[in-house]
Design a protein around this ligand. Structure first.
Ligand code: FMN
Length: 250
């Protein structure tokens, strides 16, 4: 193998004895404060309470059926999701399952319970919500309306390397990484944990979508800067990591 390929492979590996001997203490070990687990909305932003996640939205309660039928869907019916269905998908992918003070546990696992992902939504067809760009607030199970993006559908398709289904969904999930949440505990040696966390969230989305008669497709082929510009994130402390359009399927 070309030596130039080796450094990026290193980021996929676990701890080595050498690393443990020589590593710098993490910010947590230095006693620095824990970063917030959620970026709160601005006082001028519109916030929406979501209905509590409830099993009434399920078309099958069988985990066997959901796993057996799971596949990537790239064509969706032009049908709106209900707010209850969206609530269920958000809860399944990043929702809070238990909270006691600062100790907040989610429906998905995360290395060190750091939860470095934020969930943005490009909403095209959800009952009761204007189409536009939103962000999920897991604490309180709410949505915040983010900035207006002119031509959201066209911009998203273009940012996803012209994959049309990215903008032909009822809603497209866009996960960003906020790496410092994980770095605070592990330093920069465990970036792979952020990718592992994203895999868990997306797999839950696939399975939860199946359970409500919808389909999803992971998108890893996107253009970094156009996606980050669309969300207006800085590309350093927060950047696009993974996407998944969701819609009703036959
Ligand atoms: C990390 C990752 C990135 C992916 N990126 C894309 C993508 O950009 N476009 C696409 O059409 N499918 C994408 N997929 C879906 C795969 O193509 C799909 O999972 C694979 O072909 C197997 O099909 P199945 O999911 O139906 O089993 C991605 C899947 C993963 C896990």
């Amino acid at each position: 193998m070309q030596p130039s390929k080796r450094p990026s492979r290193e980021s996929l590996k676990g701890y080595s004895a050498r690393f443990l001997e020589h590593h710098e203490p993490s910010d947590q070990q230095k006693g620095l404060p824990c970063p917030p687990i959620q970026r709160e909305p601005g006082s001028d932003q519109q916030v929406f309470d979501l209905p509590a996640p409830a099993p009434e939205v399920l078309r099958t309660g069988s985990i066997y059926e959901c796993i057996r039928k799971r596949k990537s869907h790239r064509a969706f019916k032009k049908e709106a999701l209900t707010l209850e269905e969206l609530s269920f998908l958000l809860w399944a992918t990043q929702g809070v399952r238990e909270a006691s003070g600062a100790h907040v546990l989610r429906t998905v696992p995360s290395a060190g319970n750091r939860h470095p992902l934020d969930t943005w939504l490009a909403i095209f067809q959800v009952q009761g919500l204007e189409p536009g760009l939103y962000r999920y607030l897991p604490l309180g199970h709410r949505l915040v309306r983010e900035r207006q993006v002119p031509e959201l559908k066209a911009s998203l398709i273009e940012a996803c390397c012209d994959q049309r289904f990215a903008g032909e969904s009822a809603v497209t999930f866009i996960w960003t990484a906020v790496p410092y949440r994980t770095e605070w505990r592990y330093g920069t040696r465990q970036h792979k944990a952020i990718l592992e966390d994203a895999g868990h969230a997306c797999q839950n989305l696939y399975l939860a979508a199946e359970a409500i008669g919808c389909g999803a497709c992971a998108i890893g082929a996107y253009m970094q800067e156009p996606c980050d510009r669309l969300l207006d994130v800085d590309g350093i402390d927060e950047f696009t990591l993974y996407l998944a359009p969701v819609g009703r399927v036959e």
